[in-house]
Design a protein around this ligand. Structure first.
Ligand SMILES: Nc1ncnc2c1ncn2[C@@H]1O[C@H](COP(=O)(O)OP(=O)(O)OP(=O)(O)O)[C@@H](O)[C@H]1O
Ligand SMILES: [Mg+2]
Length: 285
């Protein structure tokens, strides 16, 4: 398995009065080519978990393997060369402010490819293409990333990671702060990137997105893995026990079922699936 967590625990501020255990004995595998969602209530450890993937943080206990890279609690066993890992795992932070640093949008987005060996021209070309993909045109190139709106900052942060063409794209609540159409555009962009062969790992609180876009879902609870399954298997159950919302389509389908329509919720991914089922039932009558 290209990504695996083996008995991983993480403690913030160990051996201080501020000590906080964020992850406990995580065992997980994430398949190459998947579009995996990581969900769970606020504070359950999602952001902490994904920051292990590019060794921004190191486990307090256990081992995270990303291809051949060892992010091991034991310093002696931990790989020291970060560059290949940072090229392979692109992580878009929950708060884009933490990611942006350069004086212009263009330079900020071109930094990654340049850092990984592209010439200045190639880096700019990749930056322009990535900015176009997130819907930011030339008028943004010379602007300071710090003077943008929250949603624009998020787009720049996403472009900066896309420009590096990572093998694994890890995004932490990428649609937070975007308007509904903007959120859909960004998700459709990730879908395209996934279809082109990138493995996607998405942290989100939006279960409609999980249902529409993801192949697999991992539920965390109090720093532990509560469930690993397909989205349809999660939403068929009592999702509220994990503090998750039932996707709109599932709520609608269950109301239709209550009115006598025979709907197979497991087959639903988007509105057109539901429309097809309704039409099929009606034509049968
Ligand atoms: N820098 C830090 N220092 C101390 N404790 C932290 C730190 N960052 C996170 N924590 C704690 O670790 C736990 C897990 O936090 P984390 O940010 O991983 O949760 P999350 O699932 O991403 O939450 P959210 O949905 O709100 O983003 C929480 O209890 C949090 O308070
Ligand atoms: Mg978080």
């Amino acid at each position: 398995m290209p990504i695996s967590f083996q008995n991983v625990s993480y403690i913030y501020n160990p051996k201080t009065p501020m000590e906080k255990r964020a992850l406990s004995h995580i065992n997980l595998e994430i398949a190459e080519g998947s579009f995996t969602a990581i969900v769970g209530r606020t504070g359950c450890g999602k952001s902490t978990l994904i920051q292990h993937l590019n060794a921004l943080i190191n486990p307090s206990e256990g081992l995270v393997l990303v291809d051949s890279f060892h992010n091991d609690a034991n310093k002696k066993k931990r790989d020291k060369k970060m560059k290949p890992l940072r090229k392979s795992v692109g992580l878009v932070f929950q708060f884009p402010e933490y990611q942006l640093f350069d004086e212009t949008v263009e330079k900020d987005v071109a930094f990654g490819p340049k850092n990984f060996g592209a010439t200045k021209e190639e880096a700019l070309e990749k930056a322009h293409a990535a900015l176009a993909e997130v819907g930011l045109d030339e008028s943004f190139y010379e602007r300071s990333p710090f003077e943008l709106s929250g949603g624009e900052k998020r787009r720049v942060a996403i472009a900066g990671i896309l420009a590096m063409e990572p093998k694994y794209l890890v995004v932490d609540e990428p649609t937070a702060g975007l308007d509904p159409l903007g959120a859909r555009d960004v998700m459709d962009l990730f879908k395209k990137v996934h279809e082109a062969g990138t493995t996607l790992i998405l942290v989100t609180h939006d279960m409609d997105i999980v249902l529409s876009y993801c192949t697999d879902v991992i539920v965390l609870e109090h720093g532990e893995v509560a469930k690993v399954c397909k989205p349809a298997d999660l939403f068929g159950e009592e999702v509220e026990r994990y503090s998750l919302q039932t996707p709109f389509l599932y709520s609608f389908a269950s109301r239709l079922s209550a009115k006598g329509y025979d709907i197979d919720a497991k087959e639903l991914r988007d509105v057109s699936d539901l429309a097809k089922q309704i039409a099929l039932r009606r034509n049968k009558k």
